[in-house]
Design a protein around this ligand. Structure first.
Ligand SMILES: Nc1nc2c(ncn2[C@@H]2O[C@H](COP(=O)(O)OP(=O)(O)OP(=O)(O)O)[C@@H](O)[C@H]2O)c(=O)[nH]1
Ligand SMILES: [Mg+2]
Length: 282
């Protein structure tokens, strides 16, 4: 049988669950997710390899009206994802209204290939609300296949994966079949630290922060990381460090399930349970 391969690109408003869906389709926790909006800043590929197919999934930043230079770069990543998509996934969440999703819908209408509109987070609503949502989204994007989804709880994820494989065009693989992403380890390590910053710090701090990884050293059960956390203002530096260095210590030592993901990316066997991340020094 001929090999099938293609780009499946996920777009949607901030916080609707795009990164959660990418992870669910891959069956791995590759990209970071968070209850705070604007978690994803880049386009990130997650590659799902099968014997006779390769799904190149792409996570993108949530679509918004750019207010900063970084937003402009983030929206550039969304536009790029629209250009090379073979199949487009438009992700919305239950409770969201098409009238307020013009940013997403106008981009989806411009796309000519097969498109799937997924109504995510259906675990949060009643059947009646779900049925109504499916109808209004179908009316808003008539040429899309509209499907309810819970990316977090795995509802319709396997079915979606099978549908995407079925719709893939015949094509040789775009990436070597043992590759899992277009991004390197250093990138994922910095993302994992950023995820902790999103979780532990309030207000504007996560949005004013960048992380640069200088080194990481992998042991059997612990990954030791040396990284710089760059902030925009001097006052934010104090907040990141906290009283007596308490906040930074917490950031540096609290467990994140990064060890497993890092080993998975390298094709290494993984220990049972979830390993921790250690940040060396300040
Ligand atoms: N209840 C419920 N929550 C979900 C579901 N999918 C995602 N979430 C939650 O929604 C929040 C946002 O998820 P993300 O995957 O980070 O969303 P995103 O669209 O990638 O967000 P940005 O990168 O900020 O644009 C997280 O707290 C997820 O756990 C779902 O199916 N049900
Ligand atoms: Mg995201």
């Amino acid at each position: 049988m001929a090999h099938k391969a293609g780009y499946v690109n996920i777009i949607g408003e901030p916080n609707v669950g795009k990164s959660t869906l990418l992870n669910a389709l891959l069956g791995e926790r590759l990209v970071i997710t968070n209850p705070k909006a604007q978690t994803t800043r880049h386009r990130i590929l997650g590659i799902l390899n099968g014997e006779d197919h390769q799904l190149v999934l792409s996570d993108t930043p949530g679509i918004l009206d750019p207010q900063y230079r970084m937003h402009e770069r983030m929206m550039g990543a969304v536009e790029e994802a629209l250009v090379d998509a073979d199949i487009l996934i438009v992700l919305v969440e239950l409770g969201q209204k098409p009238e307020k999703a013009e940013n997403v819908l106008s981009r989806a209408r411009r796309f000519n290939g097969p498109k799937v509109l997924l109504v995510n987070k259906v675990d949060t609503g009643q059947e009646e609300d779900i049925l109504t949502a499916l109808e209004v989204w179908q009316a808003a994007l008539p040429d899309a296949k509209v499907v309810p989804l819970s990316a977090l709880h795995g509802l319709n994820v396997l079915e979606l994966r099978a549908y995407l494989v079925e719709k893939l065009p015949e094509h040789p693989p775009y990436f070597p079949k043992d590759e899992l992403s277009d991004r390197n380890m250093r990138f994922f390590v910095s993302e994992m630290i950023r995820e902790k910053i999103l979780t532990y710090y309030k207000q504007e701090i996560p949005y004013s922060t960048q992380v640069v990884v200088n080194s990481f050293e992998e042991g059997e059960t612990l990954v030791k990381i040396q990284a710089d956390v760059i902030v925009m203002r001097e006052s934010q530096k104090g907040i990141i460090i906290g009283q007596g260095g308490k906040a930074l210590r917490k950031l540096g030592t609290e467990g994140a399930p990064c060890h497993r993901t890092l080993r998975w990316l390298q094709g290494l066997p993984r220990p049972e349970g979830e390993g921790g991340c250690g940040l060396a020094g300040g």
